[in-house]
Design a binder for this molecule. Structure first.
Ligand code: BES
Ligand code: MN
Ligand code: ZN
Length: 500
C-alpha cells in the first residue's frame, strides 16, 4: 500500500505512451532527445507556455491535455529553473514535482534530460527517487474512499527515458534502498500508538534480520541487569514494557571500529505525571521519530550492503502516568552511575538517551555516535521546521553533517554547547536534574546528553520540528517525513565508506 509506484528505465529512443513528462530551464529550452520526441509539437508547448505564463521556474509545471500531433494523452513540462549548481536535492524535487501532477494508473514516460544534455545516472536516479518519495501515502486505516479518490492515488508504472539504461538502473539500485528506508521510517512514525508500542516496534525492527542485520532485543530484565535506571524510570508508568533494540550491520572488515546511531523511541509521550495539555497530544505518537530514522537507515545501509560496520540502538518506551509512574522529585540512577533528579516527567527523552548513549559509548566504542530525537519543543521555537538542531563536541563531524544536509536538503543548524549551561541542570539533591528551566531549553537538553557520551565524538540532532508535522513538500505529502535517513545515508557514503 505505501508505495504503489514502480519506476523503470528505458532508452530515449523508445516511443512514449500515456503521459509524457519533460524538463526545461527558465529560458524554456529543451534538450535534444526531448525536442526529437516533441517533433512539430514543440510549437504547441511554446504557445501554451505563453498563454499560461509558464516561465520554466524551478518546480513550476505546464500541463497540456491531448496534445495535437503527439501519441500521448498528456504532456507535462516541469521547470528546472537555472541549470547552474543543481544539487542532488534539486533532482529529487524535480521528480517530486513531476509526480505531483500524476494521477491514477496511466503509463508515464519521464525524459531524464535537461536542455544542456542527458542527466547523469545519479541525477536520473535522484529524479526516480523523488517520484517514489512524493507518491508515498499513509492510508492503511481508511476503509472508505471518497468519490473519485481511487483515481487520485498514483499507481503508475513510470519509465525514465535515459541515455544509458544500464548505468541509470545501477545508480537507482542504491537510491532505491534509501527510499525504502525513508518510507519505512515514515510508516513507523505515522502508525497509531495503540498499534505501535515498544514490543511491536521491536518486532518490526527485528525484520531487518532478513537483510542480514543482527538484531538483539533487551527486555526489562536485561535492562535492569545493565542498570538502565534512567530509561526504566520512564518506562515504569506504562503497562506496556520498554525495550532496547541493538542492530548491527557488519559490512566492513572484521574488527573495524563501527559508527553508531541512537534513536529516541518514545512510542507515546503523555508527559507522564507532568502531563501535557490535551491540544495536539495525539502528535506525540511521533515521539519515536529518532528511532524510526535509525531503523530506516539500517534498512538503507544493509539493503545496499554498505561497506562498513554500523550499530543502531533504539530506546523504546511509553511515557504514561499510571499508578507506578515516576514522580517529580524521584531520583534515578543511570547506567553510568550518575544520578538524576526528576523535575519534570515530560523531559523523558533525555533519560532514555542517557542510558543508550552510555551503553553504546562503553560497549561498542564507536568512531562516533549520532543520536536523533524529537527532544524539545524549544528547537521548533528556535529553528522552525526547516532545520534540525545540531549539537556536537566534534567540529569535523558537525561540518560533515552540515555538508550532507545541504546536499540532501535535510538541513541542520549548529547550536552551542558549553560548560556555562551546566549550572542550569545542577541539582541540589543529585548529580543533575532533568530540566534546565525556560531559557535555552534545547541547549540544556543537549548539555545533559553530553554527560553520557564519555568523550566519544558525538552529535545530537534535535528533530522535533523536522520529523513530523512539517509542511508538505515536493517530495513528501505525508505527516511524517522520515527525516534523517537520507542525511545520514549520505554522511556515511561520503565520508565513512571506501569509495565505490
Ligand atoms: N517529545 C517532547 C518534545 C516535542 C514537543 C516533540 C512537540 C515534538 C513536538 C519532549 O519529550 C518534551 O516533552 N519536551 C519538553 C521538555 C521540557 C519539559 C523541559 C518540552 O519541550 O516542552
Ligand atoms: Mn516529553
Ligand atoms: Zn518526548
Amino acid at each position: 500500500m505505501p508505495d504503489a509506484v514502480k519506476v523503470g528505465f528505458v532508452p530515449f529512443s523508445s516511443a512514449p505512451r500515456g503521459v509524457l513528462v519533460i524538463f526545461c530551464d527558465d529560458t524554456l529550452k529543451f534538450g535534444a532527445a526531448t525536442r526529437k520526441a516533441l517533433g512539430a509539437a514543440v510549437n504547441l508547448v511554446t504557445r501554451a507556455a505563453a498563454t499560461s505564463q509558464f516561465k520554466g521556474k524551478s518546480g513550476s509545471t505546464l500541463d497540456i491535455l491531448a496534445p495535437e500531433g503527439l501519441k500521448v494523452s498528456r504532456l507535462i513540462a516541469v521547470g528546472a529553473g537555472k541549470l547552474s549548481g543543481l544539487k542532488h536535492s534539486d533532482f529529487l524535487k524535480l521528480g517530486g514535482a513531476a509526480a505531483g501532477k500524476l494521477r491514477g494508473n496511466d503509463a508515464v514516460t519521464i525524459m531524464a534530460e535537461l536542455p544542456d544534455g542527458p542527466m547523469k545516472p545519479d541525477q536520473a536516479a535522484a529524479v526516480a527517487a523523488g517520484v517514489r518519495l512524493r507518491a508515498y501515502k499513509f492510508d492503511r486505516y481508511k476503509t472508505k474512499k471518497k468519490d473519485g479518490e481511487e483515481d487520485a492515488a498514483l499507481r503508475a508504472d513510470i519509465s525514465l527515458a535515459v541515455g544509458d539504461v544500464a548505468t541509470a538502473r545501477k545508480a537507482f539500485a542504491s537510491h532505491a534502498h534509501t527510499v525504502d528506508g525513508v518510507i519505512m521510517a515514515r510508516e513507523l512514525v505515522n502508525e497509531p500508538p495503540n498499534i505501535l508500542y515498544p514490543e511491536e516496534f521491536a518486532r518490526r525492527a527485528s525484520q531487518l534480520r532478513k537483510l542480514g542485520v543482527g538484531v538483539e532485543i533487551l527486555d526489562v530484565k536485561a535492562m535492569t541487569k545493565l542498570g538502565m535506571g534512567a530509561l526504566l524510570g520512564v518506562a515504569q508508568g506504562s503497562t506496556r514494557p520498554g525495550r532496547t533494540v541493538i542492530m548491527r550491520w557488519n559490512g566492513g572488515k572484521r574488527g573495524d571500529q563501527p559508527v553508531a546511531f541512537i534513536g529516541k523511541g518514545v512510542c507515546f509521550d503523555t508527559g507522564g505525571i507532568s502531563i501535557k495539555p490535551a491540544g495536539s497530544m495525539e502528535d506525540m505518537k511521533g515521539d519515536m521519530g529518532g528511532a524510526a530514522c535509525v531503523v530506516g537507515l539500517m534498512h538503507a545501509l544493509a539493503g545496499r550492503k554498505a561497506k562498513l560496520n554500523v550499530v543502531g540502538a533504539i530506546g523504546l518506551v511509553e511515557n504514561m502516568p499510571d499508578g507506578n509512574a515516576q514522580r517529580p522529585g524521584d531520583i534515578v540512577t543511570s547506567m553510568s552511575g550518575q544520578t538524576i533528579e526528576i523535575i519534570n516527567t515530560d523531559a523523558e527523552g533525555r533519560l532514555v538517551l542517557a542510558d543508550l548513549l552510555w551503553y553504546v559509548a562503553k560497549k561498542v566504542k564507536p568512531k562516533f555516535i549520532i543520536d536523533l530525537a524529537t527532544l524539545t519543543g524549544a528547537i521548533m521555537v528556535a529553528l522552525g521546521t526547516e532545520y534540525a538542531g545540531l549539537f556536537s563536541n566534534n567540529d569535523e563531524l558537525a561540518e560533515r553533517l552540515t555538508k550532507a544536509g545541504i546536499a540532501t536538503g535535510e538541513r541542520v543548524w549548529r547550536m552551542p554547547l558549553g560548560p556555562e549551561y551546566d549550572k542550569q541542570i545542577d541539582s541540589q539533591f543529585a548529580d543533575m536534574k532533568n530540566t534546565g528551566g525556560r531559557h535555552g531549553g534545547s541547549i540544556t537538553a543537549a548539555q545533559f546528553l553530553q554527560r553520557f557520551v564519555d568523550g566519544t565524538p558525538w552529535a545530537h540532532l534535535d528533530i522535533a520540528g523536522t520529523a513530523m508535522g512539517a509542511p508538505k513538500s515536493d517530495i513528501n505529502q505525508s505527516w511524517s517525513s522520515g527525516y534523517g535517513v537520507r542525511l545520514l545515508e549520505r554522511l556515511v557514503a561520503e565520508y565513512y565508506e571506501p569509495k565505490r
